[in-house]
Ligand binder design. Structure first.
Ligand code: GLN
Ligand code: ZN
Length: 798
């Protein structure tokens, strides 16, 4: 271990910045390239402009242009795919895309790996830690090519330098890259991606040499795998990989010192999204024992020890005190106190950072409209603008804290006072605390979370609904046709009046009901034409939420979402869905399912307030939904579905935290649904295929029927549930709606047979994997016809 004094790290930095552009310029440029309207050069020019504007903006907001404070965290699609490209590590089916000479991937090829071509499936996509961002899963085998193939990182460093800014290139670190990879098809028995660690590290070493050669002072390697128990690698193997990787990169390559440029830039290892210490081993100690130069810790989700950490004395601790994942303005005085308290750890120096990349928040609060009737309708309560901090505001917070840490509280007294004032304003603002809501919450008793015995409910529902065995249904939405979108857009702009809009939506509902009757489905839906999005729709109708116009956040690739902001106590001023459900029910004697989004999913896809326990926030939403269920019942609706596709999404990364999460999340679902009468059938829908960690929770939800994604995993979940003693209704998806492919009746029949073989057929429902809103009628009509035919065929054999 070296004893050189701590290298100077920038006083303040952010771990990454949104890359999609303030007006989604990158999205538009990428999509027009895909559509063939522009070529690769056009795209590169737009992206280059965006990158230059970004680094200049970061400097304008207070980051130092000279010392590597400014992160270079751009990506055309995904940061994990970027490492695949860096290494040329594409799966066999895409090898022809690699340049014959240097093994690199052109932009066109890069997007092909992300999106697939013909029969060649793209890399699989999955959730990035506990965020709503999705990355592409690399496929690695013994023979995957791995070298320093792509020099984009070096080129972009030079590009920024030319624009006057010395950046700090940001990459997913080698250990996390491999920990998130899966073994490629055809890899040998017992092979794991981490077996290729030495090759990957050798390629990173070449990259670091190249960065040192162009004078980059710092590089940032993101290693969030170190804070998670959910990666598919045993703890000791991951620890060993960290030691081995950073010995090769940090110890074996000479760091710059004095006049000597060294063989590598200084290395910052970042560990966002959680606590380095609360897993099986203390990975802060592990990292402190390596020769890296700085460690970034997440002090929003995680913590640090109270006393000295061996090895930190030669390093900079980058303290992630500004929340990269939420939108609230920080209490700067409190954060400054935290920063000062870190002296006890004995780090060579302390710098100010964000807890995570700012990728997860929108660009700039100032982009929104804050006055006028539009703002009011969107729930933007007076004052809200001052309580929020999006990416640009957070960069300023970091810069302020860095100044305060260097020069003392007095140096930033004005900023501290302004932040304190905004917080006080928020705490006292109307709507933030609503006494009626608080009282109702405080009065909840255990009984409010429980329905009667399931057998009795099942009997009452059988008598009321009189459904055949293997009842058929859908998950809720029908295709969102261009006509529906046009009508909604016109209505939003005021070009279509309420009456005309309602008439258009009703016509659509009627069409969907008639179609379902013609197809012979048993439990119908209204089709959700009036919903722009399953969370935003409810956020617009509930008090306590605001929606934004430009608050876009990248979800994956070019896809962005606009999460609502939950800022106050939640109340339902009036029924939200009853009109649509009862109109549909008035058209048909078949039961129509009322359709709601559950409390956990509403929270997961919103920015949630940070000033009260999340369980309380969830229960407030649950109570609003509970009232909606009661109104649906009163309108004669016999089946109500409460969707929770995001139930697994918020599952904490550390096993130790998971029980507590399941307690409040499952509890809030039950609170939303437990007011239903025994004869009302409560459905829920979960849509992801890996249920392993939540099988118990599925039972805990106590829904009468649960539909889940199962077609691609060939009904894997059904025997799992049967083994766990599950005894309520279950609708494993038999139609993979993610693909335009129409399954044949035989395929559906086969899947259904698999299901009824492994669980009591009396429990089984027949439905697609998820809603149909992204599909076209040309696919949906034959697919549903096959689904009904398959149900009839298997019914006859029971
Ligand atoms: N009811 C919703 C729909 O059908 C469910 C969507 C989802 O699970 N993501 O669209
Ligand atoms: Zn779904």
């Amino acid at each position: 271990m070296s004893t050189t004094p701590a290298p100077a790290f920038p006083g303040g930095t952010v771990l990454g910045y949104p890359r999609i552009g303030r007006r989604r310029e990158l999205k538009k440029a990428v999509e027009s390239f895909w559509a063939g309207r522009t070529d690769a050069v056009d795209l590169e020019v737009t992206a280059g402009t965006l990158r230059r504007e970004t680094v200049r903006r970061l400097v304008g907001l207070g980051l130092n242009p000279e010392d590597g404070s400014v992160p270079a965290s751009f990506s055309y699609y995904d940061q994990v795919l970027d490492v695949v490209a860096l290494l040329g590590a594409v799966p066999e089916r895409f090898r022809d895309l690699l340049d014959a000479e240097d093994g690199s991937l052109e932009l066109d090829g890069y997007f092909t790996v992300a999106r697939g071509r013909g029969e060649d499936a793209p890399l699989e996509m999955t959730k990035w830690f506990d965020t709503n961002y999705h990355y592409l899963v690399p496929e690695i085998s013994e023979t995957t090519p791995i070298s320093f193939a792509d020099h984009r990182v070096v080129r972009e460093y030079a590009e920024a330098k030319e624009a006057g800014v010395t950046t700090r290139p940001v990459l997913v670190g080698p250990v996390t890259f491999l920990a998130l990879s899966k073994a490629a098809d055809g890899a040998g028995e017992g092979f794991g991606p981490l077996d290729r660690l030495d090759d990957v590290v050798a390629a990173y070493a070449d990259l670091l040499r190249a960065l040192a050669a162009v004078g980059a002072p710092w590089v940032q390697l993101d290693e969030p795998a170190l804070v998670s128990d959910s990666v598919d690698v045993p703890t000791d193997a991951l620890d060993a990989a960290v030691e081995r990787a950073y010995r090769a990169l940090a110890t074996d390559l000479a760091r710059p010192s004095g006049d000597d440029d060294g063989e590598r830039p200084r290395i910052l290892v970042a560990a966002p999204y959680g606590d380095l210490r609360t897993g099986a081993t203390d990975r802060l100690a592990l990292l402190a024992g390596t020769d890296v130069d700085a460690i970034a810790v997440d002090l929003v989700k995680g913590g640090v020890p109270a006393g000295p950490v061996a090895g930190l004395e030669t390093k900079t601790l980058v303290a992630g005190v500004v929340d990269g994942h939420g939108v609230w303005r920080a209490d700067l005085s409190a954060r400054l106190d935290t920063l000062e308290g870190l002296a006890a750890l004995g780090a060579g120096s302390v710098a100010v950072g964000t807890s995570t990349s700012l990728l997860h928040v929108p660009h700039d609060v100032e982009d929104e409209t804050w006055d006028g009737p539009g703002a009011e309708r969107a729930g933007r309560t007076p004052g809200l603008r001052r309580w929020l901090a999006f990416a640009d505001q957070k960069v300023r917070e970091v810069a302020t804290l860095a100044r305060g840490l260097a020069d003392g509280h007095d140096a930033v007294a004005t900023e501290l006072a302004e932040a304190a004032d905004a917080l006080a304003d928020r705490a006292a603002a109307p709507g933030v605390v609503v006494p009626d809501v608080r009282q109702r919450l405080a009065g909840l008793a255990d009984g409010d979370f429980a329905r009667g015995a399931h057998d009795e409910r099942a009997a009452a529902q059988r008598a009321r609904l009189a459904l055949p065995p293997l009842p058929t249904t859908t998950i809720g939405s029908f295709p969102q046709t261009p006509e529906i979108r046009t009508a909604r857009a016109a209505w939003a702009k005021g070009e279509l009046d309420d009456a005309a809009y309602t008439a258009a939506m009703r016509a659509e509902v009627e069409r969907v009901v008639r179609l379902q009757e013609d197809l012979g489905l048993d439990v119908l839906v209204h089709g959700e034409p009036e919903r722009n999005d399953m969370v935003q729709y409810f956020a617009e109708l509930l008090d306590g939420f605001a929606t934004t116009d430009l608050g876009w956040v990248q979800s994956y690739g070019s896809r962005c979402v606009r999460p609502p902001i939950l800022w106050g106590d939640v109340q339902r001023p009036r029924p939200m869905t009853v009109e649509w459900a009862s109109y549909a029910q008035s058209l048909t004697p078949a039961p129509v399912k009322g359709m709601l989004t559950g409390p956990v999913t509403i929270l997961a896809w919103s920015f949630v307030r940070d000033d009260q326990p999340i369980a309380d926030t969830a229960n407030q939403v649950a109570l609003a939904l509970r009232d909606e269920v009661a109104d649906l019942e009163a309108a004669g609706i016999a089946v109500v579905q409460v969707d929770e596709p995001a139930l697994r999404e918020l599952l904490p990364l550390r096993r130790a935290d998971q029980d507590e999460y399941l307690r409040w999340s499952v509890g809030s679902f039950r609170l939303a649904t437990a007011g239903a009468a025994p004869a009302t059938q409560v459905h829920t829908h979960l849509c992801y295929s890996e249920f392993g960690e939540v099988v118990g929770a599925i039972d805990g939800l106590d829904a009468d029927v649960t539909s889940l994604e199962a077609a691609r995993s060939r009904m894997e979940i059904v025997p799992e549930l049967a083994d766990a003693g599950y005894s309520r209704g279950i609708g494993p998806g038999v139609y993979d709606i993610h693909s335009p492919r129409v399954p044949s009746a035989d395929e559906v029949t086969e899947l259904l047979r698999l299901a009824v073989k492994s669980i009591d057929p009396a429990l089984v429902w027949v439905n697609p994997d998820c809603g149909l809103k992204t599909r076209r009628y040309a696919e949906v009509e034959p697919a549903l016809a096959h689904l009904v035919a398959a149900a009839r065929e298997v019914r006859a054999t029971l």
